[in-house]
Structures are given as C-alpha cells and as structure tokens.
Design a protein around this ligand. Structure first.
Ligand SMILES: [Zn+2]
Length: 214
C-alpha cells in the first residue's frame, strides 16, 4: 500500500466525519477531554479507538510491545502524568491481548534483539508463575501469561506515585485490566479493577509503596 493511498483514505474519512458532524474537528481543535487512558500492546491487530468504538478525543493512548507499565519507562510516566494530572482521566485501562507475540517471546529462549530486553518483566513473571503455566497446554499457557501480565501492569499502575497522589487528593480514578481476543474481536474485562489504596490491598494483598522503616 502506498502513502498516497493512505492520504486518499484520510480525505475520505475526514470528509465523512465532517458531513456527519460539521463541528467535529473544530471542537477537537479547542480541547481534548478523554475519560480514558489506554495502555495497550503495539500489535497492529489491536487498534485502541476502533475496538471500543471511541472517536478521536475520547481516548488517550500509550502502546508498547507487551503493554507494559514499567515504572522506569519515561515515555509511560510522561503519558501517565499528563493524563492523570492535566487531562484528569477517570479510568486507566491496561489492555493485553491473546496470541501476543511479546508474551510468546517471553516464554522462549531469549534472542539478542532490543525487544528481548524490553520483555524481561514478562519473562520474570513467567518464571514466577512457572508451576501454573507449565501445567497448561501451549496456547492456553501464553494466553494465561497475557492475563497475568495485565494483572501485573494493573498493580504497577496502582502503585505508581502519580496514581497514589491522585487518590490522596480525592481524584476519582480506577485502574482496569482487560484482554482482547484477536480471533473474534472481543474485549474481556478480567475483573478486579482498583480505585483506592484499600482496594489495592484487598486485591493484591499488600500495601502500595510503603514499608515503614521508622
Ligand atoms: Zn502483543
């Protein structure tokens, strides 16, 4: 597919949008006010807005291989800070997907690419859950690891100082874990969303970010 075709597709799309709602782009130009932050995988089969039927302006998006919310990733932290403190999103959605190449690679012997470094947290998670995962058939094994990875990233987001500070300020913010099935297009809520330090403690069995050393 040539770039010219993409530009032509874009003109058709923008024309259709404008015909359906003449003020659509004028409104967006003034302000974006999304309710949701999406943290998802870079996989081309998992396009954020399209899957959940949201328009431009409704979803703030961060994507990387394996939908990681790594506490040391400056890109993720910048997105999280802006979306929580400035846009004041109400929901953070950690969205994994079944049949994820990043998750599958984390189950295999590491190669030498940068991506092998990037997915180290998923590899560590697999080792942590080795007994459960090894009891499963290969396909179920990698899909279960995708779910475990989502839960782990939910835990990361919920333990992030930016989120803890938002909760301390009384800001309404929930963190959810979801998984998308590339085979049928269905998004599944994995349950166990958290919206306060108390809920984090109930779900994950630990306080967030505090071991009192005094
Ligand atoms: Zn993926």
């Amino acid at each position: 597919m040539s770039i010219e075709r993409l530009i032509a597709n874009n003109r058709v799309w923008s024309k259709a949008k404008t015909e359906a709602d003449p003020d659509f782009f004028a409104r967006l130009a003034l302000q974006q006010a999304p309710e949701y932050l999406w943290i998802g995988c870079s996989d081309s089969r998992v396009p954020a807005n399209e899957i959940v039927g949201l328009d431009p302006g409704e979803l703030f998006v961060h994507r990387n291989v394996g939908n990681l919310a790594s506490p040391q990733d400056a890109n993720y932290l910048a997105v999280l800070q802006y979306s929580v403190q400035v846009l004041k999103v109400r929901h953070v959605l950690v969205v994994g997907h079944y049949d994820c190449g990043g998750v599958l690679a984390a189950l295999r012997r590491p190669g030498h690419g940068v991506v092998d470094h990037w997915i180290t947290p998923i590899r560590e998670l697999a080792i942590h859950h080795r007994a459960e995962l090894e009891a499963l058939e290969p396909e179920r094994r990698r899909n279960r690891l995708a779910e475990l990875n989502v839960a782990r990233q939910v835990q990361h987001v919920a333990a992030n100082p930016l989120v803890l500070q938002a909760w301390a300020r009384g800001q309404g913010l929930r963190v959810h874990g979801l998984c998308y099935a590339t085979e049928n297009g269905e998004l599944r809520d994995l349950g166990g969303s958290v919206g306060s330090p108390q809920e984090v403690k109930e779900r994950f069995g630990s306080d967030v970010g505090a071991i009192d050393a005094s």
